[in-house]
Design a protein around this ligand. Sequence first.
Ligand SMILES: Nc1ncnc2c1ncn2[C@@H]1O[C@H](COP(=O)(O)OP(=O)(O)O)[C@@H](O)[C@H]1O
Ligand SMILES: [Mg+2]
Length: 273
Amino acid sequence: MERIQWDDLPGSLKNAISVRTGPITTGHAVADGMNSPLAAVIDTETAKVFVKGLPSGHRQAKTQLREAAAAPMVKGISPELLWQFDEAGWNVLGFAHLEGRAADYRPGSPDLELIINLMATLAAVEVPNGHEPVKYAEDRWKSYVDDPRDAEVLAGPSLIHTDWMPDNVLISGGRAWLVDWAWATLGAAWIDPACWLLRLMAHGHTAEQAEALARRLPAYATADPAHVDVFAHANVSMWTEIDEQHNRENTAAVWITTIARAARRWAQHRGVL
Ligand SMILES: Nc1ncnc2c1ncn2[C@@H]1O[C@H](COP(=O)(O)OP(=O)(O)O)[C@@H](O)[C@H]1O
Ligand SMILES: [Mg+2]
């Protein structure tokens, strides 16, 4: 994905945005994040807005729909979704701007406590009937387990985020906020602490340390260990495949290799590799 600079965006797209925000004073593409060609902070005379978008026909455009589906469920956990449109060939979401910084996942970081609080709040989110489409955990990981039926242990009623990259957790005003619901999923509530645990291991935690932090979340502490084993093993397959694909396509990235290695260490720690 190539992030597009503000000045290089088509005028028709900027117009469609300014219809929602009022006259735009300045716009700046943000540096963090991975998947959105458009991710920018916009200043108007009265407010700052974060906009995120993809060309309407883009293979990943449905990530926008999932993100919009999650928004009403995560008010107070994530910046508010102000508006959305599919116009001028672009699908765009506008969020309240949050002045913050990416979380620090290293051992001893004071952010870890804030993230445990964030996850505890997220665990209490109720998913209403008739919500907009999101992913299902049992589908997401089914091609990474030995028997597709094994993935049923991942099914559940909870809204889970699953993409716990540190730049999707913003620290602001003494608390942690979660952005980027592109992979909004329904599944077992312990999956988010488990996804976070892998990221912690990729940032210097041992498997023991990372599991101890994940166990601070009741959903993880009470999860059936056999179910977590299935997930640990599936993550080895998934991250190894992603890593190998990037190597083949000459887009190797250290963070992916590091997570793939963390996934293997976690599975070894649990005795499933
Ligand atoms: N509401 C917001 N306010 C301020 N910055 C934001 C906001 N949402 C996201 N960001 C910043 O923009 C980056 C990219 O946004 P994100 O939604 O993660 O898109 P991507 O799909 O490209 O990863 C984030 O890592 C974060 O630094
Ligand atoms: Mg992101």
